[in-house]
Design a protein around this ligand. Structure first.
Ligand SMILES: [Cu+2]
Length: 253
């Protein structure tokens, strides 16, 4: 751990030194100011839209919880969250800006994002947060859960929460869509966490709707991710004061 921290510090110093060589680097004569905002929010635009499914939404599968009587007792909902939606609209789709924000930086939100284990399910099932933003993981059940995240770009972790009311917090160091979460005690429990280096993402509700607001004007690639149906992308241009509409349609399996 200490080595990693040291390495990070050294990397930052090296990068700072490299950047400092630039001819147009700001001089130190200006009064110290907070890092410049990535853009002027008064120039912002928005993206909103809908995710649909072409064909019949697969029936949700019943989660078999009999292996843990505490789950059977606690569960208020026993159907899988993989396919949710209504009237051709698809929920639990992570929609985010995949390309177009390179080179810009955005403040990390101080909002704490909560992932709850409740009735032996993760709530929410799909969520997003920024690099460095706090994820609070809570066990609301009177049974043992373990939270086993299996990222590719971030550090794997596997933490037990044997007691109701336990919680702990994690952050992620790298953007990654998506980080899978599972519980090794209850094989039906899974969740997906999208980690981004910007705040421009949303998750569709059962109405399939999403909103990504207060974007810098520009050209973007928007990606929609679904755990079983894969990904789709669309190009969109965001103009000041406008809301660009984007729709995605996945084909039912
Ligand atoms: Cu569990």
């Amino acid at each position: 751990m200490h080595h990693r921290k040291l390495w990070t510090v050294l990397s930052v110093l090296v990068m700072a030194a490299a950047c400092g060589g630039g001819g147009d680097a700001p001089t130190s004569s200006a009064p110290a100011a907070p890092a410049a905002p990535a853009f002027d929010p008064t120039t912002a635009g928005n993206v909103s839209g809908m995710v649909m499914i072409d064909g019949e939404l697969p029936a949700a599968e019943e989660l078999m919880m009999a292996s843990d009587p505490a789950c059977v007792e606690a569960a208020t909902e026993t159907m899988s969250n993989t396919f949710v939606g209504s009237d051709g609209h698809l929920g639990n789709v992570f929609v985010y800006v995949k390309e177009g924000l390179e080179g810009q930086s955005f403040p990390t939100s101080s909002d704490v994002i909560t992932l709850n284990q409740e009735g032996c399910r993760y709530t929410p099932h799909v969520l997003g947060l920024q690099v460095g933003q706090t994820l609070k993981i809570i066990n609301s059940d009177a049974t043992l859960h373990n939270i086993h995240a299996t990222p590719a770009a971030n550090e794997e972790f596997n933490m037990g929460q044997p007691i109701q009311g336990m919680e702990f917090e994690r952050t992620f160091n790298a953007a990654e869509v998506m980080v899978p979460f599972k519980c090794d005690v209850h094989g039906w429990m899974n969740a997906y966490v999208g980690v981004l280096d910007h705040p421009y993402f949303g998750v569709t509700g059962t109405d399939g709707m999403f909103d990504i607001s207060t974007l810098p004007p520009g050209d973007y690639v928007i990606e929609a991710w679904h755990e079983a149906l894969g990904t789709q992308t669309q190009n969109v241009t965001v103009a000041t004061g406008q809301t660009a509409e984007v729709s995605f349609t996945f084909t039912a399996p």
